[in-house]
Ligand binder design. Structure first.
Ligand SMILES: Cc1cc2nc3c(=O)[nH]c(=O)nc-3n(C[C@H](O)[C@H](O)[C@H](O)COP(=O)(O)OP(=O)(O)OC[C@H]3O[C@@H](n4cnc5c(N)ncnc54)[C@H](O)[C@@H]3O)c2cc1C
Length: 392
């Protein structure tokens, strides 16, 4: 059995010039400055508001590393570069922070434009959205805990209608649609809606994918329960498996409000459930399609091994690997080179509106102990390899 190597930096960075690699190296190195990571996004937003001439600088540095552009059209070039090496893109309209009904409606229209782009162009194998991008978080929270009042019910019904209309649009256009998972206190109601969407749209092919955060202690049970429901009612499931992005926030809220934390006690238990969920999805592949959203090499390797052992074709469209643009290219490009289905989230939107997303990437690359070191050592290795090959 030939294992995919994630160490081949020539494959990982073929799409990047020396200058771009050096820029990435510089960027990852400044993520070590904790004060910059903490205050940078806020200061940048303030500077942009004051119309200081910093937009170009932001766009050429951190924005260019983690985002495809400000519009779908601007993402075309980044998407083409990835697709040349067999890596797809998932257009991710990453605007955050504006919470009014008009903006939510505009976001629905924009998400539909990403679905349309995916129907038109093979380089976009999925579309994606977040429910908090199309409705207020506090209403999703009240709907989850059953405390909606009459006016809240109206707002909630509008959110449900928006979600359903995005899903129908994806179904009509035969585009796979991922729905991101968010905080536990809004997730129950999202799960119920998405399960219904799967009932309606995943009859023969999987169009709708929910997301399971395996840092939650209850997700394996939920997965098993929904597999049983889908078997009994004769529809299919789509799941994006991730570990989960809101660990600190979840733990803090649980401690503050005095309920048991819904998060696993340690990394080992998250890893154990992540593997178990992947194996459960794989074993039930007749009805479950999987998108593995991870930057963890062992997790990616586990799926390649499961597929290899069971003789599942690498291009089988029920299995996808996914990473974020600007991160873990060693995983994405080496998997694609080995013939697997791979796609990267390609965030985009007006610079001011994607600053919270960029702040989280900076934070993640400074706080996940291994991540920045890993990205940096791969870049350094590739720069040295190129230098040595020029000198030989
Ligand atoms: C394509 C893609 C889509 C994504 N979509 C979503 C989404 O919809 N919703 C979402 O929440 N996140 C999403 N994420 C982020 C994801 O949940 C992880 O935060 C991120 O990918 C890091 O996990 P990892 O598997 O890549 O790697 P690793 O570095 O192996 O794992 C880090 C993760 O392990 C968990 N962890 C770390 N320490 C502990 C601890 N002490 N106790 C318990 N658990 C711990 C945390 O979840 C942490 O993020 C997505 C990521 C990708 C690549």
């Amino acid at each position: 059995m030939t294992q995919v190597s994630f160490d081949n930096t020539e494959v990982a960075f073929k799409h990047k010039s020396d200058a771009k690699l050096k820029q990435a190296k510089w960027l990852f190195s400044i993520f070590n400055y904790k004060w910059l990571v903490k205050f940078g996004p806020g200061l940048t937003a303030f500077g942009l508001k004051l119309r200081l001439p910093i937009k170009g600088l932001v766009k050429r540095t951190i924005f260019e590393q983690f985002c495809g552009g400000e519009t779908i059209q601007e993402c075309d070039q980044a998407g083409d570069v990835l697709f040349k090496s067999g890596v797809g893109s998932i257009l991710d309209y990453s605007v955050e922070g504006v919470e009014d009904e008009a903006t939510f409606e505009q976001n629905v229209d924009e998400i539909k434009r990403t679905i349309y782009a995916a129907q038109q162009d093979l380089k976009y194998p999925f579309a994606v959205f977040k429910c908090t991008g199309i409705g207020p978080l506090h209403i999703l929270e009240q709907a989850s805990n059953g405390s909606l009042d009459a006016s809240g019910k109206d707002v909630f019904e509008r959110i449900r209608t928006r979600i359903e209309s995005i899903a129908s649009y994806a179904n009509e256009h035969h585009v796979r649609l991922l729905i991101d998972a968010e905080e536990t206190w809004i997730q129950d109601v999202i799960d119920d809606i998405v399960l219904d969407l799967m009932r309606n749209h995943n009859k023969t092919e999987v169009v709708i994918y929910n997301t399971l955060q395996m840092y939650r202690t209850d997700r394996l049970e939920y997965l098993t329960a929904t597999i049983e429901i889908a078997q009994n009612e004769n529809f299919k499931l789509g799941y994006k498996l991730v570990r989960g992005a809101y660990m600190e926030k979840e733990r803090e809220r649980a401690a503050e409000m005095g309920y048991e934390s819904p998060i696993q006690p340690n990394k080992e238990s998250t890893d154990r459930d992540f593997d178990a969920a992947l194996i459960a999805c794989f074993d039930n592949r007749a009805i479950v399609s999987t998108c593995l959203g991870t930057h963890n090499e062992d997790s990616a390797r586990l799926l390649t091994e499961l597929m290899e052992k069971a003789g599942v074709d690498r291009k089988n469209h029920h299995f996808w690997f996914a990473q974020l643009y600007g991160m873990s290219d060693n995983i994405s490009f080496n998997l694609a080179q080995a013939g697997y289905n791979v796609a990267k989230y390609l965030p985009y939107g007006p610079i001011q509106a994607v600053l919270p997303y960029l702040g989280r990437r900076a934070q993640e690359n400074s706080s996940v102990a291994g991540q920045v070191g890993r990205e940096m050592s791969l870049i350094v290795k590739e720069l040295s390899r190129r230098k040595a090959s020029r000198n030989s």
